[in-house]
Structure formats: structure tokens, C-alpha cells
Write a new protein. Structure first.
Lengths: 108, 590
């Protein structure tokens, strides 16, 4: 499990660098974030939650059965309150979404 | 490299769950009392906003005294799960604070689920449900608001300064600002967590860090204490988690959420056959595999579409990799979820490995207090236990600092602060700086490929060798967690051989220097683990400490704590009698 950062979308704010519990993300000379140590990612998704422009995707490594699905979240307005929408960009080009209402997110 | 000397009253090493709460407690405690000018410094190798065990968030508080239950019930549960080898004084002192620290967290902004009567929603007898994705930022924000607390992020502490068995501070370096720090303190709280990465992980390739425990918890606190002669306890009680295969996602949500049973390849429910303690659940799975009835699963086939949808969402909240897996490979109603044991970890918050402390969380080094996963003797402490322990350690440390400053004031009217100790000498600073400069001296880009080309060692390389040795000879996944004295002797030799090669490593920058120190920490912890495994001549906890030379439990000789202390470079084992039933207070006898 690791992440990829879309250099085109990255605005260089450095928030992902600040929150990574392993300090694995660095900012390059073009003021863009990149993951310097991709194999050391724990998969905590802190960076994805922090990124203001949704430039970070995470994926399962091939060694643990990953098939290339790229995932991120966005906050969207729901009927009653903000909900978290998870996007799964599958290999065939299709996108699946799952909406989570934070108020109802913890059935188990 | 810039050299900076800092002084503080209270130094807290590690800004995770316990460290943050220690800072919050010490600051508010000092504000209420005469020590309002108390200076507190939190040093964290990442950034306190998301560092430590709570980086990803949690969806329940696993240690809470629910209605109709008492702290005594909790102590009994933890004691039973550890088959007696616990410190009741430590367990009581945290159990009695679980609900209080929970209320405080709620006040700080944590959302705790409530039923229609306004009562917390429970899961079983000891858990309450929370929306805990942001639990760490909540704690970190509370710390940042405190006026007398300074936080140093991205600074890695790698050694204590100890003189005549009293701690005078610590040494560290900024991993991104090329700065060396010598920090003097009146008292120190160590809160660096447990140790991951000692054993070869389930998936040693690209996904090597997809593990149960934070891979950034490298046993720094244990190693620094061990080297300075602190007494340690129960390192032989390793923790092994039962997890979903490959993703290493939690299994409890499947078991408790949809009632999925553990079944073998023949579809037989086996969990009742081996018992339901934490170690027995792992052991049963290992045993079924060894006897040819593996692989093992959690039986989810046949759950309703509603249950499945809820499961996918529940995992997105705490272990999204499992939801991705279901989306990529088929959902749990169609296929059972394969399970496996992780590699062993050393951790005082689930099992009981760590510093030997008194009830006040004082270690055997004067002025050094400990909190959270780095403390031994109190298993099943989880988040609320780590918070409670942070509070206890902070109160004790502040009390100690006040006694120091009272002593100094009595000695001379000009000395009014513990900040004037001046105990860290120039020689000590020079020595530590020189060691770092030696690793940096060559400034060679330390990549695996480069070293392979040149035939030299790299951190990565040595770490893999260490993990392979522990896996094969100290009861890793490879041997079904079993080990013998002969195997442990080989492990000890292998670890010593690897240790001898660390001095020749080189690093491109201070972050890579940190990786070298982390390797050294892990090697130190490995040696203690091996010594402890070899000392307990019994098998009390299946899988956690499965000694093939002594496959039975031996209450007569080993219903005791196995402790250790480094003396003249040798690990000395100390067998200590269990504290008395219901004992609420334990003091060190120096």
C-alpha cells in the first residue's frame, strides 16, 4: 500500500508533508510534493484527508493483490450534513463511489 | 550541522497518545499550582498532528467501564488474558481513569456515539463507539493551545543523558533542519511507543509497512532505557495480531459486527476448540494450518446485502485497504475473508512489554517517567489507558520537578529554577555530534541498488537480515511463532553480527541517519527479546511465547515477572515475584 501524488494538481502547500507520520513526503525544487520513500508508507491515509486539492491517490501494492484501483475522498454537501465521498478509480476506467455520512458511519 | 542547546523543566519524548496527554496534564496541573512557570517541551520525530498509533484514527475506545461494570472487572479481564502476569496496581490506576479521560476527550471535541437516551453506544462489555478519524488532530490541537508547552516536530531523540542513574536530558537531531539538539531537563517522560519491524513482516516486499503497528515505532524508548541500565519487564510476551490476509486489516469488526466465526478450510468452526483469549485465537489459526486444515477464514458468506454495505463502510473508516480489496476482488458475502497472524511486535499497550515502573510510572532511572506502550506490566491499556498513563506520569514528573526546585532553593537563594542544572557537558555533546558526523561523513546516497553494486551494507539490507534472523530463529511467522533454546542462541549470534556492521553504514542526510539509529534501536530490543524468550522456561501464552523446549505452563517456577537489566554489557535476567492480589501500590527498592 502506498500513495501517488499528481504533480499537475499539487499546489505545494506542504500539508501532506506535515502530517505524514513517517515524514516520507518531501517537497521538490518545483514546489511539488512527492513521496520519497514509497515502500515505507503505512497506509494511514492522513495525507489524502489533508490534501485540499485531492491530488493524492492511494492503492494496494501488487504484492498484496492490488489490481491498480486508485482511491481518494472528497467532502460533499449532503441533504442534512457534509458527507464523505470515496472514489474508486478502477482499472477499466470506471469509477465507483461510496458515500459515508459521518453521523452514521460506525454501525460496527 | 548546527548545534543547539535547549533547557526545559519537563521534556516529553514522543508526541503520540500518551505524550500529548502528558503535556496537557502537566500544563493544566502547573497552571493550578504554584509551578505556573513550568516549561514543557514535547519532542516528536514526525509531527504531533498525526503521529503515533492514532494516525489513521480509531472507531472505538476499547477500554471503558460500561454501565454496571467496575474497574475491578477490567483488571480481572486483563489479568486473565495475560494468564496472571500483570501488575494489578498499574491496571487499577488506569482502569479508574478510563471514563474520566474519555469525558475529557469528548470535551476536547471527540464525537462519541450516543443512543436515543443520550447514553454512549457500547460494543460488548468494555468498548464504546466513536467517530475517531480525527482523534489525533483533536489531541494535537489541545497541546498547541497550551501557553507553556513548546512542540519540536521532526526532531528525533536518540540518546538520554544519564549521570549516576539520574536523567539530565536527551540528545536528538532535526531530520529536516540539519540541527543537533542537546536538551537539559528537570524530568523526562518517555512516551515513544512500542517496537515494530523486529521480525520479517507478512509482506516483506513493496508492502512491507502494511502492518498492524505503526512501522515508525521502532522501540527507541526501550533501547535508550536498556542501554542506560533501566529495568525492563515481560519482553517475552510478544503481541501477534490476527488480521485479514494481505491487507492486515482488523478482524474484530467482522467477528463482532456480523458475527463471523473462525472456520478452517473444511468449513469447521475451530475457535471454540482453542479458547478465546487474544493469544489462543492466533494459536488456533496457526495450529489448524500446521495440521493441514488451513487456510483459515472468517465466515462471511451469506451475510445480507445491508450487512455487506455496512462492512464496506466500516472498513473505509478504519482500514480502507480492506474495502479496496473487496471492490477489486469480490465482496465478503461471496467469499470468506482469509485470516493470518502478523509478525510479532513488542508493545506494552496490548501485551505487557516495557519499562518496569512503580505505580507513579517512575522508571528505575531517577527523573525518568514513562507512559503508554513503552510501559510494561499493564496490558490491554489501549487509547484510554495510554491517556490515563500520560496523566499519571505527568503528575508524578511535575511533583518531582517541584521537589527538585524546592531542594535547590533550600541550597542557595540565587538558584530558583531547575533549568540551571548544567549537567550535560561539552564532551558529551561533541561525542554525540561526532557519531552522527561519521555516518554523514561520506554523504553517499544510501540506496539499496547502489550498495548492491558496490557490495556495501545499507540500512535496508541490514534491517532485512535482522528480520530474517528473528523470523527463522526467534519464533517468527516462519516457524509458526515457535522457538527453541538452540534457535535462540543462533538468533543472538546473528543479531550481534549485524550489530557489528552498523558502524560502517553511511547516510545522505539526517533522515537517513535516523534510519541508522532506528536500526540500532531495533537490534538492541531484539537482544532483550531473545534473552527474555530464553529465560521463560515454559509456554504460558501460545504463539506469543511458544517455547518448544518447554511446551507446558509451569506455575511453580514461572508465575513470575521476567525482568532484565543491562549490567556491564550483559543482559541480566531478574525473576520477580508477582505483586499481591489487589495490591494498589508498588515502590522501587533501590
Amino acid at each position: 500500500m502506498s500513495i501517488i501524488i499528481d504533480q499537475g494538481k499539487c499546489i505545494g502547500c506542504g500539508r501532506c508533508h506535515d502530517v505524514c507520520p513517517g515524514t516520507l513526503i518531501k517537497i521538490n525544487e518545483n514546489k511539488k510534493a512527492f513521496i520519497k520513500y514509497p515502500k515505507d508508507c503505512w497506509g494511514c491515509t492522513s495525507c489524502i484527508k489533508e490534501c485540499p486539492v485531492h491530488a493524492i491517490r492511494f492503492f494496494l501494492g501488487e504484492d498484496i493483490g492490488g489490481k491498480g484501483c486508485k482511491v481518494h475522498t472528497e467532502k460533499v454537501k449532503g441533504e442534512k450534513n457534509d458527507i464523505v465521498r470515496w472514489f474508486f478509480e478502477l482499472n477499466d476506467g470506471s469509477v465507483k463511489t461510496i458515500d459515508i455520512d459521518p453521523k452514521e458511519s460506525n454501525k460496527y | 550541522m548546527k548545534i543547539e542547546r535547549l533547557k526545559t523543566d519537563l521534556l516529553i519524548i514522543g508526541g503520540g497518545t500518551a505524550g500529548c496527554y502528558a503535556a496537557i496534564t502537566a500544563a493544566s496541573n502547573a497552571a493550578e499550582n504554584k509551578g505556573a512557570g513550568l516549561k514543557i517541551l514535547v519532542v516528536e520525530k514526525a509531527n504531533i498532528k498525526r503521529s503515533g498509533c492514532l494516525a489513521a484514527g480509531v472507531n472505538a475506545l476499547n477500554a471503558y467501564i460500561t454501565e454496571g461494570r467496575t474497574p475491578k472487572d477490567y483488571v480481572e479481564y486483563a489479568k486473565k488474558d495475560a494468564d496472571g502476569i500483570v501488575r494489578e496496581d498499574l491496571l487499577y490506576s488506569i482502569s479508574e481513569k478510563f471514563n474520566e479521560v474519555t469525558a475529557h476527550l469528548e470535551k476536547l471535541g471527540l464525537v462519541i456515539l450516543k443512543d436515543k437516551d443520550g447514553k454512549y453506544v457500547t460494543r460488548g462489555n468494555r468498548n464504546i463507539k466513536i467517530n475517531g478519524e480525527n482523534i489525533k488532530p483533536i489531541l494535537a490541537d489541545a497541546v498547541k493551545k497550551l501557553p507553556n508547552v513548546t512542540v519540536l516536530n521532526h526532531v528525533n531523540i536518540f540518546d538520554f543523558s544519564v549521570h549516576d542513574n539520574r536523567i539530565d536530558g536527551a540528545f536528538g537531531f532535526g531530520i529536516e533542519n540539519d540541527t543537533f539538539y542537546a536538551i537539559e531537563a528537570g524530568a523526562v517522560i518517555i512516551a515513544t511507543g512500542g517496537a515494530a519491524g523486529l521480525y520479517r513482516p507478512n509482506n516483506p516486499g513493496f508492502s512491507r509497512h502494511k502492518m498492524w503497528y505503526p512501522p515508525f515505532n521502532t522501540g527507541a524508548g526501550y533501547a535508550m532505557g536498556i542501554r542506560h541500565g533501566a529495568e525492563m519487564t515481560t519482553f517475552e510476551m510478544r503481541f501477534i495480531a490476527l488480521r485479514c490476509k494481505d491487507t492486515i486489516a482488523p478482524t474484530g469488526t467482522l467477528a463482532q459486527g456480523v458475527g463471523a466465526k473462525q472456520v478452517n478450510a473444511l468449513g469447521e468452526v475451530y475457535e471454540t476448540k482453542y479458547g478465546i483469549s487474544t493469544s489462543e485465537r492466533v494459536y488456533g489459526t496457526v495450529a489448524e494450518n500446521l495440521e493441514g486444515r488451513g487456510p483459515c477464514y472468517l465466515r462471511t458468506v451469506g451475510i445480507t446485502p445491508e450487512q455487506e454495505e455496512s462492512l464496506l463502510k466500516a472498513y473505509l473508516n478504519m482500514a480502507p485497504s480492506q474495502t479496496i480489496r473487496w471492490i477489486e476482488n469480490g465482496t465478503p458475502s461471496k467469499a470468506n475473508v482469509e485470516i493470518e497472524g502478523t509478525e510479532p511486535y513488542i508493545v506494552g499497550g496490548h501485551t505487557a512489554s516495557g519499562y518496569w515502573v512503580d505505580t507513579k510510572r517512575a522508571t528505575t532511572i531517577e527523573g525518568l517517567y514513562a507512559a503508554g506502550d513503552v510501559v510494561g506490566g499493564a496490558p490491554q491499556k489501549y487509547v484510554t489507558g495510554a491517556l490515563a498513563e500520560g496523566e499519571i506520569a505527568a503528575k508524578s514528573a511535575v511533583e518531582y520537578i517541584e521537589s527538585l526546585s524546592a531542594l535547590q532553593q533550600a541550597q542557595g537563594p540565587d538558584i530558583s529554577s531547575v533549568n540551571l542544572l548544567e549537567k550535560i557537558s561539552e564532551e558529551e555533546v561533541t561525542e554525540h555530534v561526532a557519531e552522527i558526523e561519521k555516518f554523514l561523513g561520506k554523504r553517499i546516497n544510501n540506496t539499496f541498488e547502489k550498495a548492491r553494486d558496490e557490495g556495501g551494507d545499507t540500512v535496508e539490507h541490514l534491517e532485512e537480515e535482522m528480520q530474517a534472523a528473528m523470523d527463522a530463529y526467534a519464533g517468527g511467522i516462519k516457524t509458526g511463532y515457535r522457538y527453541s533454546e538452540n534457535q535462540l542462541a543462533i538468533a543472538r549470534k546473528e543479531i550481534e553480527k549485524i550489530e557489528a556492521r552498523v558502524g560502517d553504514l553511511h547516510a545522505a542526510d539526517l533522515q537517513e541517519v535516523m534510519y541508522i539509529y532506528e536500526l540500532k534501536e531495533r537490534l538492541t530490543v531484539c537482544k532483550s527479546v531473545i534473552a527474555h524468550l530464553a529465560a521463560r522456561h515454559e509456554t504460558r501464552w501460545h504463539s506469543f511465547a511458544e517455547n518448544t523446549d518447554y511446551p507446558e505452563k509451569d506455575n511453580e517456577r514461572f508465575r513470575k515477572y521476567v525482568n532484565s537489566r543491562l549490567e556491564n554489557g550483559q543482559i541480566k535476567i531478574i525473576l520477580r515475584e508477582l505483586t499481591a492480589e489487589g495490591q494498589r501500590n508498588y515502590e522501587h527498592h533501590h
